[in-house]
Design a protein around this ligand. Structure first.
Ligand SMILES: *[C@@H]1O[C@H](CO)[C@@H](O)[C@H](O)[C@H]1NC(C)=O
Ligand SMILES: *[C@@H]1O[C@H](CO)[C@@H](O)[C@H](O)[C@H]1NC(C)=O
Ligand SMILES: *[C@@H]1O[C@H](CO)[C@@H](O)[C@H](O)[C@H]1NC(C)=O
Ligand SMILES: *[C@@H]1O[C@H](CO)[C@@H](O)[C@H](O)[C@H]1NC(C)=O
Length: 460
């Protein structure tokens, strides 16, 4: 009896079809939810995932926390604490009461929101300025796999304006499996930075030494410097991170409020340093922390890699290395240097190959720089690790092994030319460096190829 057969088929099919209908409708809703953000794509992207939580995602360097003076920079998965946590790094007003700050986690694909208490730490390295680095540590709720997190303050109960930050450092590979060995973090360029020649020399020198990537935070620089930054970004060596701190705070261009008043030390050099350390925690074995007018060079006839593996053998893992400062004053030039090249004369900036006279450091101040094992660092300062993680420590490296060369204006005005020491350590690399610098300048269209005999002609 056909109708019966069809009837039973119908009986079976009806719930099946309803089920399929429900599934299709759910899928349709999900796609629609996705379309709200990207307009297409039927798999769940990071941004769509955050959109499930119904909030916007960070699009600028700094995220202002509503009802607070805090500016968030980035959020990082913290793999080193006993409890799985996320650390939000930012700039905080030291004296602000932020006892009731809360993290808002966006968990899983369905966008479940979970709020937990945040533990704020204002880092003590603020050099007497009102603002400084701070972080907010939040324990990840059980069963939550957060890819985004937001922060609310005591006075920001209204979640409607909450901005989410992606949680970086999701994975923590073993030290032996990190993608890079040597990353350099440089602090902020500001006041229309224009030290073109020295910057190009430094970028080439760093690559010659074996540094694999450099990162720089940029507030402002000259048009010529833009060309230089673009070139090194294009070749894949340099990452330029925007740092528009002057649109949020009044930054000081010095290290003490008495020397240059403002809200924060040196255009926020310290929070930028901390951001760089955390960003590279799981991408680089070592992180070098110094300015583009500085370089750490082995003293003997060994490569930078040999220096580092010797230091590692001598001191073990979880160790940071401190290199005392050596100033080579810009005011003192060696006469008739063969590196005073005519094709560089028209470029703004310093030629560091002609400054080989070194000040003796009698200051007793620790103004040297560091090479870090970033996983051993909790808080970074300018010249020191402010707080180590667990058994982390810092070792001072003797000048017999390596030197920090710092080519800058005179630091100790008591020392006259006759007090300075000739130190040609940097010239070891000059032969290899000059052609590299010229090739790079030539690609940038900044090499003066019409010089030569004219400028070499002896003066009457
Ligand atoms: C949310 O943002 C809008 C526009 O930026 C602003 O007018 C409003 O006051 C904000 N609300 C809260 C609670 O901060
Ligand atoms: C890092 O250095 C080790 C030797 O210490 C080497 O085997 C490895 O290939 C290097 N990795 C990179 C990415 O350069
Ligand atoms: C430095 O070492 C290399 C081999 O590692 C050698 O070829 C070169 O001659 C040495 N230079 C000096 C100045 O000792
Ligand atoms: C290049 O050098 C020549 C000769 O010294 C000089 O006349 C010319 O102005 C220089 N060009 C630039 C762009 O500086």
């Amino acid at each position: 009896m056909p109708w019966r057969r069809w009837g039973s088929v119908f009986l079976v099919l009806t719930p099946l079809m309803s089920l399929m209908g429900v599934m299709m409708f759910t899928l349709y809703l999900r796609l629609q939810a996705g379309r709200r953000v990207t307009g297409h794509s039927n798999h769940i992207s990071d941004r769509q995932w955050a959109d499930r939580c119904g909030f916007r995602v960070q699009s600028d360097t700094f995220t202002q926390v509503a009802g607070s003076k805090t500016l968030l920079i980035n959020a990082f998965r913290e793999h080193r604490t006993d409890d799985a946590s996320v650390r939000l790094l930012g700039i905080v007003l030291q004296k602000e009461d932020a006892l009731w700050s809360r993290c808002v986690f966006c968990c899983q694909e369905e966008g479940k929101l979970v709020t937990v208490a945040a533990k704020r730490t204002a880092h003590p390295s603020n050099y007497y300025f009102d603002y400084g680095t701070g972080d907010f540590l939040c324990q990840i709720p059980l069963g939550c796999k957060p890819r985004y997190v937001g922060l609310v303050s005591e006075n920001g109960e209204d979640l409607s304006n909450l901005t989410f930050l992606p949680v970086l450092n999701q994975y923590a590979p073993a030290p032996s499996r990190l993608p890079l060995n040597y990353t350099l973090c440089m602090p902020t360029l500001f006041n229309s930075y224009d030290n073109v020649l020295q910057f190009v020399q430094a970028m080439e020198l760093y690559q010659l030494l074996g540094i694999q990537r450099a990162i720089i935070y940029k507030t402002s620089c000259s048009a010529t410097m833009e060309t230089v930054l673009q070139y090194y970004s294009n070749v894949g060596f340099l990452q330029v991170l925007p740092w528009p701190i002057d649109s949020h705070l009044k930054p000081s261009s010095n290290w003490l409020p008495s020397l240059s008043p403002g809200d924060i030390h040196y255009y926020g050099q310290i929070p930028a340093n901390n951001d760089c350390v955390y960003r590279n925690m799981y991408s680089s074995r070592y992180v070098l922390m110094h300015d583009p007018d500085e370089v750490i060079m082995p003293t003997g006839n060994v490569s930078f890699q040999t220096l580092m593996s010797d230091l590692e053998t001598a001191h073990g893992e979880k160790v940071n290395f401190y290199f005392p400062n050596n100033v080579f004053p810009l005011e003192e030039k060696v006469e008739n240097s063969k590196y005073d090249l005519p094709e560089w004369k028209h470029l703004p900036g310093t030629n560091f190959l002609v400054h080989t006279l070194r000040e003796m450091d009698n200051s007793g101040l620790n103004s040297g720089k560091l090479i870090l094992d970033p996983r051993s660092v909790l808080q970074m300062e300018v010249h020191a690790v402010q707080a180590h993680f667990h058994q982390g420590r810092t070792e001072k490296i003797s000048s017999e092994l390596a030197l920090l060369y710092h080519i800058r204006r005179r630091k100790d005005s008591q020392q006259k030319r006759s007090n300075l020491v000739l130190d040609e350590g940097l010239l070891k690399v000059a032969q290899a460096l000059v052609p590299r610098v010229n090739r790079a300048l030539s690609y940038m269209g900044l090499l003066n190829t019409t010089t030569g005999p004219a400028t070499r002609r002896p003066k009457p």
